[in-house]
Ligand binder design. Structure first.
Ligand SMILES: NC(=O)C1=CN([C@@H]2O[C@H](COP(=O)(O)OP(=O)(O)OC[C@H]3O[C@@H](n4cnc5c(N)ncnc54)[C@H](O)[C@@H]3O)[C@@H](O)[C@H]2O)C=CC1
Ligand SMILES: NCC(=O)COP(=O)(O)O
Length: 367
């Protein structure tokens, strides 16, 4: 893969897809790229529809929003026919916007596989709009994996605490499936695959040689010895014991009951920098940071078990990154936010964090 600058400066060239054009995607792109600290670290090429970026700029800059003008961006333009353009209205995702967002992603992947970009940052898409357009994928992750011909991949969320600098990393063992499919989808093979990917990723991408990984139970109190669910007793604990022996260079902790799993990460996230003010004006310090109690990464068994705590702590900072791909892919943790699209109030912080992480990971891979 080629870097667009001298190896010493390691300036990655990244694709940035526009996501669903009826979403907050165009707005957060124009906001994020208005920040010079972002453009200083990498070369970014937006993959989307220029006329829609221009329309967003015209509508929002009148409100005094700090936006980059699309003329100052590198764009691979995906023009849409007038009939499609007419159907794309901020806040109303549909088959037309879904089709456009799929085209942007496909184009980014094709260019990346050809070596034009080292990584892809994706703005959010709506799975329902893809479905309306006739594309049947659970999300962008599966499209990336399929086009890259990869069978082993994972959905990892990364967020750096603005209070303490501590980094929360959460891998989901299962992702976009109904809750009542979780138990039969989880298997020892799937758990081994995800744990293996996670350990490799922590070592290679985050330079953590001997990672500590904390794994959640599935049922309340991790099954309470079979009384509240049998998966832990039947196979999760035996699987864990084998994994602990297999990965002697990693510390694998578990199965921690899912409700208490997030107490120590929350302490590490907030540290002692905040005070809880209770009614009656009493202020109480939060517990001091105790980093020996936390993991380098958490393995959650299903989507909401991992993402409720991630979004509670880190909604404006967290990044979704696909691990196992031959290139870097990051995305904000939030979705299309159709409810606020076109209003000029979307925050670009998570997209900026996604770009920053893509730069960091690309450089780490080069090292
Ligand atoms: N990376 C991706 O492509 C993702 C896509 N999605 C998709 O997005 C769609 C909507 O999902 P929801 O569950 O409603 O989550 P959402 O993240 O789009 O919205 C949840 C709430 O957060 C607010 N919000 C989200 N991003 C914001 C931002 N940058 N600034 C200010 N407020 C923000 C929204 O206004 C809404 O009130 C779904 O189709 C989902 O599948 C969801 C998560 C990630
Ligand atoms: N909850 C994460 C999410 O919806 C993003 O999925 P993907 O489109 O990145 O696969």
């Amino acid at each position: 893969m080629q870097f667009s600058d001298s190896p010493q400066r390691q300036r990655p060239h990244l694709a940035l897809t526009m996501g669903d054009p009826a979403s907050i995607g165009p707005e957060i792109i124009l906001k994020a790229l208005a920040d010079p600290t972002i453009s200083e670290t990498c070369d970014l090429t937006v993959i989307g529809t220029r006329s829609l970026l221009e329309k967003t700029y015209q509508e929002l800059h009148l409100q005094g929003q700090p936006l980059v003008h699309p003329d100052n961006l590198s764009i691979i333009d995906i023009p849409l026919d007038p009939n499609t353009i007419e159907q794309i209205m901020p806040g109303s995702g549909n088959g037309a916007s879904g089709k456009a967002s799929f085209l942007y992603l496909e184009t980014a992947i094709a260019h990346t596989l050809e070596g034009k970009f080292q990584g892809i940052v994706t703005a959010p898409i709506a799975k329902s709009c893809w479905k309306a357009a006739g594309y049947s994928y659970p999300g962008q992750t599966e499209v990336l994996a399929q086009k890259a011909k990869i069978e082993r991949f994972g959905m990892l969320f990364v967020g750096r605490s603005p209070y303490t600098g501590w980094t929360l990393r959460t891998l989901l063992a299962t992702t976009h499936i109904p809750l009542n499919h979780v138990s039969q989808t989880l298997t020892p093979q799937l758990m081994s695959l995800k744990l293996d990917l996670l350990i490799n990723c922590l070592q290679q991408d985050f330079a953590i040689e001997n990672p500590k990984i904390v794994i959640s139970g599935l049922n309340p109190h991790s099954g309470e010895n079979g009384q509240l669910g049998t998966e832990e007793k039947d196979w999760l604990f035996p699987w864990l014991e084998k994994a602990q022996q297999q990965y002697s260079h990693a510390e694998i902790v578990g199965l921690v009951p899912p409700d208490t799993l997030w107490v120590n990460p929350a302490k590490a996230w907030y540290g002692d920098t905040l005070k809880i003010t209770q009614t009656g004006d009493t202020a109480r310090d939060r517990p001091t940071l105790t980093l020996n109690n936390v993991g380098d990464a958490y393995l959650a068994l299903y989507h909401d078990q991992g993402l409720i705590p991630v979004k509670l702590m880190a909604f404006d900072q967290a990044i979704n990154t696909t691990i196992g791909l031959p290139f870097i892919r990051t995305s904000p943790d939030h979705g299309t936010a159709f409810d606020i699209a076109g209003k000029g109030i979307a925050r670009e912080t998570s997209l900026k964090a996604a770009i920053e992480l893509a730069v960091e990971l690309t450089k780490q891979r080069l090292r």
